[in-house]
Design a protein around this ligand. Sequence first.
Ligand code: HEM
Length: 524
Amino acid sequence: MDFLEALFSLPPLLYAPLLVGSLCLVLNYLVYSRRVAQWRKSNIPFLSPSFLIGHKYFWGVGSNSATVVPLDRIYRENKDKDLVAFFIATMPVVLLRKPALIKQIFAKNFDEAFNTGFAVSRKDEIEPHTLSQSSNKSVWKAHRNALSPLFATSRFSGEGFAMIRHHIAHMSAHVEETRLQGKPINTKEVAVKFLQDIICKSFLDLDVNSYEKEGEFLKFLKSFVKPGWSQLLGIFAQMHLQRIPKLDSLKLITQRHIEFMRSLLQRQMKQRSKNNDNKNDLINLLIRLKEQQQDRKLDSEMDVTNEMTSLGFSLLLGGIKGNKAVDNMVSFTMHLLSLNPIYQERIRREVEDVMKNHATTEFTYEVVRDLHFLNQCLHETARLYPVTSALTRVCTEDFSPAGTDYNFKIGELFIVDPYSIHRDPEYFENPDVFDPDRFSPKNRDSKSIDAFLGFGKGPRKCPGNNVGLLIASTLIGSLVQKYEVRPRSHTKQMDAFDFHPRSFAIVHNDDVLVDLMPREVLTH
Ligand code: HEM
């Protein structure tokens, strides 16, 4: 009593924070103890929370370490377990360690663990309906089916590749100009521009001309991708406070984004109808959808404008994440090739041989499709530097995976850390070494196939991976054919401490610069 009296005799400015702080401590304690009791009952091994702020390894995240660093430490310290639960701040998570259990939950128990955890308030018009964030299985299924023809790489065969060749010429001119000015090549910048131009043209029929002044659309794209504190907070809030309506500024897709996307799609559709073109892209898909509006029974939660906008965002956000994945893949591969000239030479020989087989001297769809060693290099990069530090699923129904005695309850958040699994010697020999031959058909075994998570797992795995690989192969193949790639900014192989500390994605903290030496000069 004396204590309370003393407390309330303080000025409110002093005692209010003390009261709120104490209340938070009590709430935290309740959250922790309830969940720990549930894990104990469900046979899930767990790590007790450190003093009030979850697991202590995460305390440095965002300031001096990337998310993957604490995840990797927890993964390595719990070798004897299939899975281990702990808290990231007050957020309880279950880290799945074993590929067999991951496959079981992500594929066989798909119906019980469908959500990715980024599901947002169902009241939002657009975000809950985009592919990567969808928490409604029937909408997700319909959208994935509708979009699947757009992810087929055969779309780029024949005349479809002419557009890509046009962008190869554009990119090559830009790279050559930079080189002649004596400057290094910024691999990420080259990849982003190449990709952006191709993805926007092939999906939205939009010429964004990334090499020219940054237009309205590129500014719009950029607003999604900058890793910063607000993005980190937004993602955390999204995973943590799913039922609480979020401030617009913390949403990934804000009202401003929605309005921009709606008017962009309408403009493109109008233009298409006027020109009477028939292309196999998103714009045609939306026109067909609109035509079917009368006789089609739309999901009651959505009208056709919202459905079209969310399809646009599905592609764009997937494409942006994909863009990020592809530009990362390209710049990490260029980094690794710059340190391993022997593999550059093998790519060069492969390009020459494949072109000869196809009786051509230029890149075509068929040439790129047959660059198998280059494809192995890209997979090996995705193994060493997977795009995300956490694949996630949320338990949507109570279940026990077959053959285990774990009982998962609704709301349990599963995370998988591809970086740690990919660097576990149990699945990949000499895991820190860049060795593209481990992905050759001869060397691949079911153990490493199950453990490879570069494109995700189960029905929600990446639908755009082949498009991404095709674009990355075209870019790298055409550069390596002409130039020898030498390291400039990163002269040793990067590890987790070179990653951006405020990004959930595994991205470089600095630009990756290389020098390009023309081969004809070198051979003289
Ligand atoms: C080649 C580089 C790429 C990599 C490494 C990559 C990686 C990934 C990963 C790890 C996921 C999460 C899968 C899971 O949770 O199981 C994902 C999902 C997704 N990706 Fe990609 N991606 C790439 C390219 C692309 C491209 C180019 C696009 C689109 C044009 C794209 C569209 C998507 C979409 C829409 C999803 C969400 C799927 C769903 O939830 O149903 N990706 N990607």
